[in-house]
Design a protein around this ligand. Sequence first.
Ligand code: ADP
Ligand code: MG
Length: 240
Amino acid sequence: MIEFRQVEKHYGSFHVLKEINLQIEQGEVVVVVGPSGSGKSTLLRCINRLEAISSGELTVNNSKVNDKKTDINKLRRDIGMVFQHFNLYPHKKVIDNITLAPIKVLGMTRQEAEKTAMYFLEKVGIAEKAGQYPSQLSGGQQQRVAIARGLAMKPKVMLFDEPTSALDPEMVGEVLDVMKALAREGMTMVVVTHEMGFAREVADRVVFMDQGQIIEEASPGEFFSNPREERAKLFLNRVL
Ligand code: ADP
Ligand code: MG
C-alpha cells in the first residue's frame, strides 16, 4: 500500500531522510520510533506530500506521490492524518468539525455526513459531545474527535504523529484504546509514538529511525527483547 524506494529528502542543505526503503502492506500496523529529530514526522508527512521528497520513489496505492500526473487531492482522500495537536476548528461544533470535509470534498449531503459523523463519534465513544465546541472537551476527547474526523473520510490508511504526546497522562489510555480497536479492525496504520507499550502490543512491525535513517526494522518481540543495532539498544535503554 505504501512503498518508499531509496527516498532522500533535504531541507536546504540539511539531509533529513537518507536512503529510506520501506514497504507497508494493507492492514499492517507499523510503529515508527526513534529519538527526537530523527526524521519520523518528515517520513510521515512525505506520504501525503505535506513534504516533497528530493529523490527516490514513493508510491501509495500504486500512485507515485510526487508525480505531477498524480491527482494529489484524490490521493490525500485515502490518507487520514492525526497530529499531536488535534487541529480541530475551535469555532465549529464537534459534529461540524467532522462533517466539513465529507460534505466539501466527498460531496456528501449534510444528512449523510451527519449520520457518518455520529457513527464514528459513537465508535470513539463520545457521541454525546457532538453538539459541543472543542474547548468544552478534554484533550483526550478532542483527540478522539480528530480520529473520528479522519475516519469519516473513509481513508485506506491512517497516519498518526505522536497522537498522545500532548495529553495529560490519564488521557493517553483512552486514545490508545481507540487506536487499538482500529488496528484490530484491519486499518492500515503508520504510527509515530513514544508509547512503547502500544508498539509492543499492537505493532506488526517496529521501525527504528536515527539521524534520518531506518536503522532497524523488526517484529516488536524481536525489537524489544533483542534489538540488533547498538543505537536501538541505547535508545531502548533510555526510554524503557
Ligand atoms: P522527528 O519527528 O523524528 O522529531 P522531524 O522529522 O520533525 O523529526 O525533523 C527531523 C529534522 O529535520 C530535525 O533536525 C528538524 O529540525 C529538521 N526539520 C524539520 N522540519 C524542517 C523544516 N521545515 N525545515 C528545516 N528543517 C526541518
Ligand atoms: Mg516528530
